[in-house]
Design a protein around this ligand. Structure first.
Ligand code: GDP
Length: 189
């Protein structure tokens, strides 16, 4: 009898443009193929990472080049992916652009809408998945401690953010400064 073993996954997820592909390349050495045609949603892209798979999900939420219908379909397929694969997912890394996160969240809240990144974080946590927040683009932030405190608070964690060093990893993917995230991933593997 053959026993089929399914590789466990670490999944990167977040809005488009937060730096997921840049981070994916730093971690795996592999460049994510980016679909350039508008309206075409990308499939999850996978590469080996140690003895697990690292998965780069398509961007979640608003995307300039996608129609409303395509955006809805995109969101549904991401939600379905997590629901169907949750048993195989070791860890989710939700990547945010720390430089614009608070502004975007406040803009949505002022319109009485639930910010899509908070919605995503809650959805993943409610599914019972372990979610790490990779606060990217830290190189663009003048007051990192204060910004990170605001970010964890929005996500429902009590500041100071340093209480959450096993959950929150400030990084700069573009500069290759991702040690805090590597440490968390190492612990998990
Ligand atoms: P994705 O859409 O989430 O996959 O985002 P990309 O990896 O394509 O990155 C979007 C843009 O953000 C690109 O112009 C990157 O060079 C830039 N970027 C990614 N990481 C960083 C970072 O740590 N700092 C800064 N300043 N820019 C970054």
């Amino acid at each position: 009898m053959h026993v089929i073993t399914v590789a466990k996954e670490i999944v990167l997820v977040g809005r488009s443009n937060v730096g997921k592909s840049t981070l994916f390349k730093q971690l795996t050495g592999k460049k994510v193929r980016v679909g350039r045609r508008p309206g075409i949603t990308r499939k999850p892209y996978k590469a080996k990472f140690g003895n697990v798979l690292l998965v780069d999900m398509p961007g979640f939420g608003f995307m300039k080049n996608l129609s409303k219908v395509a955006q809805k379909r995109n969101k549904e397929s991401i939600v379905e992916y997590f629901e169907n694969k949750k048993e195989d997912i070791l860890l989710v890394v939700q990547v945010i652009d720390a430089a614009s996160f608070i502004d975007i969240v406040q803009r949505w809240e002022s319109r009485d809408e639930i910010p899509s990144e908070l919605e995503l974080y809650e959805f993943l946590s409610d599914l019972g998945l372990d979610v790490i927040v990779a606060a990217n683009k830290m190189d663009r932030i003048a007051n990192p401690e204060e910004t990170l405190d605001q970010i964890v608070e929005k996500l429902g964690m009590l500041p100071p953010w340093r209480q959450w060093l096993d959950r929150v990893a400030p990084i700069s993917a573009k500069k290759g400064e991702i040690e805090s995230l590597r440490n968390i991933l190492r612990e998990c593997l």
